[in-house]
Design a protein. Structure first.
Length: 216
């Protein structure tokens, strides 16, 4: 009996290609946050649904819930990311070799310049959400409030430095933190009014007040 020899043919290796349609997990999360930021800053938190975020990002629903338990948690993450970038901007200003007065001036000048002439996705996230989420989401309200306090603390530090070096006028009977709160709250309110009235006048008024109190 003759047994035919079986010839073994090696398998052709499978070609491995990069999956460009689905980015790596870390990139997916960042992509969702960036897309959500642009949409929410433009339309508001309640004006944007998860489906719109997913459609705009080109990401499946399962990927969203892998990173975020809810839309509210997604909103918290967007606000936290916003204030982290804000903190980095404050550190850049603080690192300048100029007077404390100039640092405060630069901070508010940047605010004035970016809040004028409309409110696009690159400008108004906090202004929009401050008036919107306080009553609908306690966790989002808390992360907003925490962000505000960090900015106020930064301003307070600059005011104290300005008083010590003599570059910032020191009013009687007021603490640095109180003055920082007055300025920050005034600017936040002016930004909201500018958006509501579609006018730059509120910002111009608060800019004049601040520069005068800075001794400029």
């Amino acid at each position: 009996m003759i047994i035919a020899e079986t010839k073994l043919v090696p398998e052709t290796p499978k070609k491995i290609t990069a999956n460009t349609a689905n980015p790596a997990p870390k990139d997916t999360k960042a992509h969702l946050l960036n897309t959500g930021y642009q949409l929410i800053a433009k339309k508001g938190f309640t004006g944007v649904g998860i489906k719109e975020i997913l459609d705009s990002a080109g990401v499946p629903k399962g990927s969203f819930y892998y990173y975020f338990t809810s839309k509210e948690a997604f909103g918290e993450a967007i606000i936290a990311q916003y204030f982290e970038k804000y903190r980095q901007r404050l550190e850049t200003i603080a690192a300048q070799e100029v007077s404390a007065q100039q640092k405060i001036y630069d901070y508010f000048e940047q605010w004035y310049d970016t809040q004028q002439y409309g409110c696009d996705e690159g400008r108004c996230l906090v202004v929009k959400l401050s008036a919107e989420v306080a009553d609908i989401s306690e966790p989002m309200r808390e992360v907003l409030a925490s962000g505000y306090q960090r900015v106020i603390a930064w301003l307070s530090t600059q005011i104290k430095a300005g008083w010590e070096e003599g570059s910032v006028p020191r009013p009687a009977n007021i603490a640095a933190e109180s003055l920082a709160k007055r300025w920050y709250y005034a600017w936040l309110g002016a930004s909201l009014m500018a958006k509501t009235n579609q006018s730059n006048t509120p910002l111009a008024e608060v800019w004049q007040m601040t520069t005068t109190e800075l001794g400029r």
